[in-house]
Structures are given as C-alpha cells and as structure tokens.
Design a binder for this molecule. Structure first.
Ligand code: AMP
Length: 216
C-alpha cells in the first residue's frame, strides 16, 4: 500500500503522471481539480460559483476543496492513492495530516515535479482532456496526441480544452503556485518525504524516474 502526493506547477504533468501511476500500481487517482470540474459540469449552484473562480485561475476556498476530498477519500476503498492538486497551501497540508490521521493512513512519498515556466506554459496551451474519463492529451507532444482529432483513445468520448488553459489564466495560476504551493516543498522536505523529479523531459522518461522512487 502506497500513498503518494504529486506537487508541481500548473501543467507540469501531474495529471499525466498520476494516470500512469494509477495504471501501473493500481492506486486510486484523486485530483481535486477533476473533483471541482465535475461539480462545475453538474451545473449546481456551487458549480456555477466554482467555475467563475477557476476560470480566473484563483484558488477555491480550503473548506470546499476539503469537503470534496473527504468524500472521495472516504468512498475509495483501495490499496492506496495518488493525490494531485492537493494540498495547494500550508493550511491544506496540515488539514491533510488531520484527515489521514483520522483514517489511519499516512503519506509515503511526496514527489515534486520540477519544470520551468516556459515548458509548463507550452504544455498548458496544448493540453486537452477527456470529459468522461479524464485522460489527458497534449497537441504539443507527439507522444500525447489523440489518435483521432477531438476523440479520447480510451473511451471514444469528446476531449476538450479547459477554460483555464489560456495564457492569462495560466500566468495567474503560476503565480498562485509560487506564492502558495511552492512553500510545501520545504514543508515535506523537513518531514523527510520529498523526492524531486525533473519533469521537463518527455512523459515516459519522467515516469521512469518516478518508478525508480516507488519501485519498478
Ligand atoms: P488543477 O486541475 O489541479 O490544475 O486545478 C484547476 C483549478 O481548480 C485550480 O486553478 C483551482 O482554481 C482549483 N483547485 C484545484 N485544486 C485546488 C485546491 N487544492 N485548492 C484550491 N483550489 C483548487
């Protein structure tokens, strides 16, 4: 049983690596971004409010995200999880310690995917995602292009561009990351949990570095 957290700048490859980890190690993939997007597509009152915040590239309130995360963690009955998009600030990191303590779980590895701004921006501009299964594609990476335009290789459903994957939103998200999320690197380093991976390489090279950490 392994519980893994991925920390990275927006569009650094968290979602892509989380899916590869999920497939290889049978861990459940938990993405707070996906949980929030699913609330948005339900068109609930909450979803409409969330959409406005997310479009602008701002962070949703800690309480709302924690609520969604708790429901997902409690309903997932698996060997372990790969969590991405959470925690995004120090308060969320200490809340996560509380949540995991309550259910007798602990974090095994926090993997920091290091990528420069320019590469993340390029990935963001080419990123597409399946509405149904969440699989991530990238038009700027030949290894991550869909086989058929606009169609998911996995489930044949529509793939779309997120409405926060534009340059303006990306820059806000990147700054939010520097200010709020990057301090988590020292937080997890001091707990002896942090592993660093160069995420500027192609996705399979990055995954191979992750396998070296988790075990082949
Ligand atoms: P992501 O899919 O991780 O890039 O997240 C997309 C957007 O969802 C972010 O820009 C935030 O607006 C929101 N979001 C996702 N996770 C969190 C979180 N842990 N705390 C606050 N907002 C979040």
């Amino acid at each position: 049983m392994k519980n893994i957290i991925l920390i990275a700048a927006p569009a650094a490859g968290k979602g892509t690596q989380a899916k590869l980890i999920e497939e290889k190690y049978g861990l459940i993939h938990i993405s707070t971004g996906d949980l929030l997007r699913s609330e948005v597509s339900s068109n609930s009152e909450l979803g409409i409010e969330l959409d406005k915040i997310m479009k602008k590239g701002q962070l949703v309130s800690d309480e709302i995200v924690e609520d969604l995360l708790r429901k997902k963690i409690n309903s997932s009955n698996s060997n372990g999880f790969v969590l991405e998009g959470y925690p995004r600030n120090l308060n969320q990191a200490s809340r996560l310690d509380v949540i995991l303590n309550e259910i007798n779980k602990k974090i095994d590895y926090v993997i920091y995917l290091d990528v420069p701004f320019e590469i993340a921006l390029k990935r963001s501009s080419g990123r597409l995602q399946c509405k149904y299964c969440g699989k991530i594609y990238n038009l700027n990476d030949e290894k991550l292009r869909p086989l058929k335009n606009g169609i998911c290789n996995n489930c044949g459903k529509e793939i779309y561009q997120r409405n926060d994957d534009n340059e303006e939103s990306f820059k806000i998200r990147f700054n939010t990351y520097l200010e709020n999320t990057k301090p988590l690197i020292d937080y997890y380093k001091s707990k002896g949990l942090l592993k660093e991976v160069d995420s500027s390489k192609d996705c399979y090279t990055v995954f191979s570095s992750i396998e070296n950490i988790i075990g082949k």
